[in-house]
Design a protein around this ligand. Structure first.
Ligand code: PLP
Length: 365
């Protein structure tokens, strides 16, 4: 229940397009069809009300590549790169790999909701930092930051002259009906000029193994710097990635809507089950198919190891900068999810009976 892809068959339209491309039989170097950039632009406008120009798009073989390229393209050697743990692990490693300094300002958590620590960020975004790495919707907490939160964050970054790299790979997976994804760069032309947005069809349509992603960089100078950092080392996107992306954006929106409804029910199942496991708790998930579970009250010495020994493989919060937490991927058939949750409940119950000393769960604030 760990790595962040889904156990669902990809949209039939993508599979059919791939099948036709395989039958074609010639697998030389490939350029994307000229219409693909238009398709991406249409998708962003229709789904997220973000109007972009197709020339702002830079193709990438993956978002992790994009994060690392952003860290290499912005700031002098040794400059600070700021981010907000708990966070998808490459955010924590990319700054050092680029010869920069990792600066962190953890999200705040009151037991029921994860939030940006905007006062802390104001203090942290001092001179010497060059880049802010944002993840929205947020992996692993599942938060969809509100327009107001993003506006305050953008003001902080603009005032401190920080370039923003906004990883929005999960933007199509909004589960909470009251939430909307607001692309950071859509806030205003000033914010757009300072922002590198990273996106992909990979999470949306379960195509991550095909390696097709893109950066949207409105500012020509920033785009040039980004492309220069890629030059000679970042490979082209695989032709199957382009083919599947095009078919999915064109034909698989009904598939996506059905997926979201299925994930909403899975999310509910996880939330209810976790609330009943002594020593475990979680905040509601607003987006993504990832549940971020607080196991600190359980007093398991090593929560990930505990559950793995009991037949459920989860992501260990340690890698996200948050020991004592676990990430569970609920992008799977309900039969598998039910089995995993039952194993977890059984393991916790047996352990609690042995110990019988768990404290009450934290009270909601
Ligand atoms: C926030 C975030 N960024 C990037 C990635 C990975 O993207 P890619 O496989 O395109 O490198 C993931 C995958 O889990 C993710 O959750």
């Amino acid at each position: 229940m760990w790595v962040a892809d889904m156990d669902f068959v990809s949209p039939p339209a993508a599979i059919d397009a791939l099948r036709q491309r395989v039958v074609h039989g010639i697998f030389g170097y490939a350029e994307p069809a000229p219409q693909l950039k238009e398709r991406v632009a249409e998708h962003l406008q229709q789904r997220h009300h973000w109007v972009i120009s197709p020339e702002w798009i830079v193709w990438l073989p993956g978002l992790v590549t994009g994060l690392n390229v952003a860290c290499r393209s912005v700031g002098r050697p040794g400059a600070g790169i700021l981010t907000t743990p708990p966070i998808y692990p490459p955010f924590l490693t990319a700054p050092r790999l680029a010869g920069k300094r990792l600066q962190t300002c953890p999200l705040s958590y009151c037991g029921t909701r994860w939030e940006l620590d905007l006062d802390g960020l104001k203090r942290a975004a001092v001179d010497g930092n060059a880049l802010f790495l944002l993840c929205n919707p947020h992996n692993p907490t599942g938060r969809v930051f509100t327009r107001k939160e993003l506006e305050t964050l953008a003001d902080i970054c603009l005032q401190s002259n920080l370039v923003i790299c906004s990883d929005e790979i999960h933007c199509d997976l909004i589960l909470e009906p009251g939430c909307r994804h607001v692309p950071m760069a859509a806030l205003s032309p000033e914010v757009a000029r300072q922002t590198i947005t990273l996106m992909a069809p990979s999470k949306t349509f379960n195509l991550p193994g095909l390696g097709c992603a893109y950066a949207v960089i409105p500012d020509p100078r920033l785009r040039r710097r980004f492309k220069r950092a890629m030059a000679g080392i970042v490979p082209h996107v695989n032709l199957f990635g382009y083919v599947a992306a095009q078919a999915a954006y064109e034909h698989a929106i009904p598939w996506l809507e059905a997926l979201l409804n299925y994930l909403r029910d899975n999310r509910q199942l996880v939330y209810q089950a976790v609330q009943q496991m002594k020593g475990l708790s979680m905040a509601p998930v607003e987006a993504t198919y990832l549940a971020w579970i607080d196991a600190r009250q359980s007093r398991f010495e090593d929560p990930a190891d505990f559950f793995e020994r009991n037949g459920v493989g989860l992501s260990d919060g340690v890698h996200f900068g948050a020991p004592g937490f676990l990430r569970l991927n609920f992008g799977c058939p309900r039969s598998l999810l039910t089995k995993a949750l039952a194993r977890m409940a059984q393991a916790v119950q047996t352990w609690a009976m042995d110990k019988d000393d768990l404290r009450d769960q934290p009270k909601p604030c």
